[in-house]
Design a protein around this ligand. Sequence first.
Ligand code: FAD
Ligand code: DLZ
Ligand code: SF4
Length: 512
Amino acid sequence: MAHPVLIPILGDQLSLDLSSLDGMEPEDCIILMMEVANETEYVRHHKAKIAYILSAMRHHAEALRDRGWTVDYVMLDDPDNDGSFSGEVARAIERHAPSAIRVTEAGEWRVREMLEQWEERFDLPVTICPDTRFLATHAEFEDWAEGKKQLRMEFFYREMRRKTGLLMDGDKPEGDAWNYDSENRKPAPGGDLLMPRPIRFRPDDTTKAVIALVNAHFADHPGTTDHFRFAVTHEEAMRARLQFLDEALPNFGDYQDVMLRGEPFLWHSILSPYINSGLLDPVDLCRDVEERYRAGKVPLNAAEGFIRQIIGWREYMRGIYWREGPDYVERNFFGADRDLPGFYYDGDTRMECMAQAIGQTLDHAYAHHIQRLMVTGNFAMLAGIDPKQIHVWYLEVYADAYEWVELPNVLGMSQFGDGGLLASKPYASSGNYIDRMSDYCGACAYNVKTRTDEDSCPFNALYWDFLVRNEDKLSGNNRMSLAYRNWERKDSQEKKALRDRAATLLEQIETL
Ligand code: FAD
Ligand code: DLZ
Ligand code: SF4
């Protein structure tokens, strides 16, 4: 092929209808896929996350070849591997003498800045195509956000409902309400409900080879590949999707916030790794969800709840990430600077909720939203952990974590590090919330009902201490006034006991 177009495809661009391929003919192009140390090591990704991405990349290369594309695939252990996207593009230019480069925009500022240098660096025309796997373009999000003091997801979500027509009844929302979240907070169910069991896909030879590679190269990274269960092909991801729609979706809404010991998956979809890396199309999935609602197979609160997570929260988080710029990661509203305790990396803590959430994370590179928000995220904020350190942890340990979605969820939503751009108040809570939504506290070494005893639940005293430490920053927030009034109602002895208990907990944080 004389002077083909070189099309680099990154590890989270595994969609067969990727924008960089649109309108191109296989006989004119070379696709370049690169396993590179820069990407596997810029944070210490969970072993199963790396294994998932590399195996999905290898299978995707085969799927593209089956469709007639020429794929130049660089393996991680290729002795000539340069270790970076730019270095590998440079080597590919030597191999193929391309006339131009076409690439779909990256999902991270770090990589976006790299792609933007290619034209000058390689002296070739470079087309950076918009990522059409998202509903809202950057310009649309900007237009929506323009001039608003607070960017509330709910209003953006309504725009996306109108744009897609999903769950719309003409101009009105289906059922006359936009949001059925108030129906989605049921506590933990009793034992008689049949729990869906997501398919565990058995590793094929490609995945087995990748797992061996990962364990050889990244032994010091968190997590394990022992429980590897991910789909790694488009077909497998479709099977996982079908199983979710059939078995878990009908109860998704009701038990969305529930946490149960030894049950990492509950009624969640576990589809985020596939959606974020391109194996599944998000809007297509939402259309299937709507269809099931219209066929009477799924209640409205479940269908609306699920669709809101995807066309609402997911799109909104992406909009915030790009709008706030590369310095968003530096924000630290509370000036929190405590180091992340070691138990985030081994799950070795007597706090049952933390041990469960972290333990399943290390096993499966997965925890559901409420575990991320109200357990590990809540604890970090209450304890005053440096938001950058907790951001890196989330980016490392979850198979679905790419900075465009992880950072606004962690820094904005869970740590209130942006001072309320994204959330109207901090998601801070005592152990009471965790007790209501889970069966963790009954099995815990700490007592959720008390606050200042030696065995009192750490979340309780830390909650009040967090409020008092940050009073100057939060007391003006209307949504916090009840909490501050409750603090003021306490007598000075109780206040002192709570603050003393919190000081002891923070001193001993590594041993909690
Ligand atoms: P389900 O509960 O089945 O939800 C369905 C889908 O909705 C998900 O697959 C996902 O695509 C989407 N979704 C739901 N909530 C969100 C949200 N807040 N933001 C974006 N998409 C959402 N999600 C990621 O995809 N990557 C991350 O790195 C990530 N980090 C998070 C960190 C914190 C502190 C918090 C609180 C949330 C984070 N989330 C992240 C959002 C959410 O927790 C995960 O999307 C969800 O747990 C994935 O599991 P699931 O596929 O079973 O989701
Ligand atoms: C996360 C990740 C990892 C672990 N490894 C690779 C890789 O070897 N090659 C690759 O193309 N992509 C990888 N990725 C995903 C990239 O980090 C992601 O595509 C960029 O951050 C852009 O969002
Ligand atoms: Fe978590 Fe406190 Fe409940 Fe223990 S008692 S599980 S630390 S909330």
